[in-house]
Design a protein around this ligand. Structure first.
Ligand code: ATP
Length: 406
């Protein structure tokens, strides 16, 4: 606004208006301008607030955009700290590199530390100790306490597991005499809570082998190179603990059918699976290590994992039938003070479609009914009540295959 007094259109006639009229007209004009000014000031404030809002949004989007563009981090191990920088060795490709780090980071680093590096190999952060990761993903049990007698309704599956896992461990010469290789890996597939883990534990127990369990989902890490390294570690731990039964649960997490997407996460999963396959292909050096994998998602598996010499023995572990459920009821009530009126056949018929884990849950819940009423004997009514409670809770838990908690 560059209006000068000369440009302004005066609100009176210069020649005819009296002094008083001029003052009044100017006063009136001043009032109008003041209120217009007020209005403009309000609008300016509004616009400023709006501008601030957009500014913040812009900052947020810029940040998100930066994050999306950021390439994934790679895992490396510190080799040595020199005056020129830090020597690191990348996992996966084993390439060494000299990289600079900030003084703060340098004070924190020691040889053998695991670090995350970016595309230009700058150390972005120090990672937790490898032993922590191993401990988190691997469960090592030197003497699992599950026996074949603890498993109900899976006789056929049990025989097959014994033949494919136990026999080659106990009588390897039988296979060499006949001139055949024992099956490499056994894949147990079926709904959750049907006893797959139990079967693997029982066979380890029976053969005095160390039971080593790892979940596939734990192997899929956010750092590139980590999954494949963990698979190598896993086989190393198994070899150190021979004889050992290596149980890989949720194998679908690393061995799903290839998808079309080419994200780095997928590449990482592929790499982890490749490492697993190559460890399995090196069967001769595996010695007394047997591999059992399990999945609830058989349909999702990559056929590569099912090829001969890999998981070529497939054993379906279904939900138990009525006779199986009856047996499982008997197994899980072995140490319970059960009243004479309890009819296991009737319970098995009642708990239609229940998995072994569901049956166990019913028994525990029935025991809770007795405890709540200060009784030590568990009655048929307790079991009925437990079944009702568990079916009701599973109805609110839509989408879960299992009927109840395991
Ligand atoms: P997931 O696929 O969810 O890992 P899973 O098939 O490995 O399940 P388990 O962990 O073996 O199932 O079973 C969970 C629990 O359910 C067991 O600890 C056991 O108490 C009970 N259970 C399951 N199946 C049976 C069975 N056939 N006989 C006796 N108990 C069973």
């Amino acid at each position: 606004m560059t209006d000068t007094v000369d440009d302004v259109d005066m609100p009176y006639e210069e020649d005819s208006a009296s002094q008083q009229e001029k003052i009044e007209a100017l006063q009136e004009r001043l009032d109008v301008l003041e209120s217009q000014n007020e209005e403009m000031r309000d609008k300016l404030l509004d616009a400023n607030a709006e501008n601030n809002k957009y500014q913040q949004k812009l900052e947020r989007l810029t940040h998100e955009n930066k994050k999306l563009k950021q390439s994934p981090l790679f895992v490396a191990t510190v080799q040595e700290l020199t005056d020129d920088g830090v020597v690191i060795k990348q996992h996966g490709n084993n390439q060494e590199a000299l990289t600079e780090v900030t003084d703060g980071m340098r004070d924190d680093l020691e040889p053998d530390d695991r670090v995350a590096v970016n595309n230009s190999l700058s150390v972005v952060k120090k990672l937790e100790k490898e032993t922590d990761v191993r401990a988190r993903v691997m469960q090592v049990d030197h003497s699992p306490d599950v026996t074949y007698e603890d498993i109900g309704g899976l006789d056929e599956q049990m025989n097959e597991v014994r033949e494919t896992v136990e026999l080659p461990m106990e009588n390897p010469e039988m296979f060499s005499d006949v001139g055949i290789q024992p099956p490499s890996g056994v894949l147990l597939h079926g709904p959750p809570g049907t006893g797959k883990t139990m079967l693997a534990k029982a066979v380890a127990n029976e053969t005095d082998a160390t039971f080593i369990k790892m979940a596939g989902s734990e192997l899929v890490h956010k750092f590139i190179g980590e999954g494949a390294k963990l698979v190598r570690d896993l086989f190393e731990v198994a070899r150190e603990n021979e004889p050992a039964v290596l149980f890989i649960d949720e194998i679908d997490a690393i061995a799903s059918k290839r998808t079309d997407s080419k994200t780095s996460g997928d590449a990482e999963v592929q790499r982890t699976m490749m490492q697993l396959l190559s460890e399995m292909d090196g069967f001769d050096e595996r010695g007394e290590v047997r591999i059992i994998a399990a999945t609830n998602r058989f349909d999702m598996l990559d056929p590569a994992i099912l090829r001969p010499g890999r998981f070529d023995r497939l054993i379906e572990v279904p939900k138990p039938d009525a006779a199986g459920r009856e047996l499982i009821f008997q197994i899980h009530t072995r140490d319970m003070n059960v009243a004479d009126d309890v009819d296991f056949a009737e319970l098995a018929a009642m708990a239609d479609d229940a998995s072994g884990a569901d049956v166990k849950a019913i028994c525990t819940e029935a025991g809770m009914f007795a405890i709540r009423e200060d009784r030590t004997e568990i009655t048929m009514a307790d079991f009925r009540g437990a079944w009702q409670k568990i079916t009701e809770s599973s109805e609110t838990d839509a989408g879960d295959d299992s009927l109840a908690f395991a």
